[in-house]
Structure formats: structure tokens, C-alpha cells
Design a protein around this ligand. Sequence first.
Ligand code: GSH
Length: 204
Amino acid sequence: MAPAYKLSYFNFRGLAETARFLLNYGGIEFEDVRVTQEEWPQLKEKMPFGTLPVLEHDGKQAGQSIAIARYLAKQVGLAGKDDWENLEIDAIVDTINDLRLKLLAIHFEKDEEKKKTLLETAAKETIPYYITRLETIVQQNNGHLALGRLTWADFYFTTVCGAFDFFFGGDCLANSPSLKSLVQKVNELPAIKKWIEIRPKTEF
Ligand code: GSH
């Protein structure tokens, strides 16, 4: 029987890896579809808003990586226990996404002079601003980003922080031992470790 979930994305970790981690963590079988650039133009019109990732289940489709991760986190027991707990997780995830979007904008900047200035500002201001605060949160929260326990916020950070380095061109966590050890802890969870061993090897 075909797996109940189908997750479509491109052949990189990018915005689908949080969902892939959650599905593996929960032992949920899924079809890991990696769309090629040749296939994409035809498929794009069939997607809810013309982007990936898209999760399909029971003949239904949903886009938006963070919404998909939030849904899967509930399925696998990594969401909050009440609305306030979920708010705390969402606030951290949205903050990490703010940083991701700022670094992504720098990565796609075409004007080389402007890009150089933006990279300098990121190194001196943006990255320290966010990463120092996230580091303190982990230090004060039993080694986690929310609720003092493992939640999907930890999975989200672990799966997107590699892209920070890719966009920025440096080690964003160089001075953040607690965040580094959180990433290591998540990557060493048995189901995640197994997934990392077998997943397609991609640059980001
Ligand atoms: N906010 C959306 C999410 O988090 O899922 C962004 C989705 C998005 O921009 N996906 C990109 C995409 O589908 C890949 S990372 N690009 C192809 C296109 O726009 O044609």
C-alpha cells in the first residue's frame, strides 16, 4: 500500500527538511518526492500557490512549510500541550524564520557592492542580534528553544540553520555552543540519525 503522506519538494533539504525530520521522528511512512527543474513548470500550476513543499494526504493538498511542520508536530507529539505552549513554539519558529528571510534576501542580492554591505551588516548586527538571543534562550531552557523540552522548534532550527551558513557564507553558530549542542542532540536522535544516513546528499 502506498504511504498515506506524500511530501513534494525539490532535491534539497531547504524548506522540506523539518517535515522530513518530523515524519521520520514519528515513524510515519511518506513518499519523499524530489521534483526536478524539468518537471517543475508543469507541476507548479497544480500546486495551491505555485510553490513547494506541498504535503498530500487523503486526496488533499497543503502548502507552506511552517504550517506543514506545525501539523506534523501535532501528529508526532512535538507540539505544545495547550494554546499558550503552542504560541511560545510559534513565536520562536517565526523568529528563526525572520532571520532566515533576512539572510535569504542577502543571498539573492544581485548588486555585488550592495551585497558586500549587507553581508557586513549581517555579520556585525543581524546574526549576533538573533543568535545571541537564541543562544541565551537555549541556555535558560534546559537545552531547548521552547518549553524546556524537545519541540518542533528545535527541529525547525536544526533543519534551517545549515542554510544560514550557506546564505551567509560562514559559520553562524561559531560562538554559540548551546545552539550547536542542540543541533547535535537533534541530529543524534535515533530516527533522525538513521534518516541523515539514508537521505539524498545535497548541498543545503
Ligand atoms: N512560504 C513558503 C513556504 O514556507 O513553504 C515559501 C515556499 C517557496 O518559496 N518555495 C520555493 C519554490 O517553490 C522553494 S524553497 N520555488 C519555486 C517557484 O516559486 O517556482
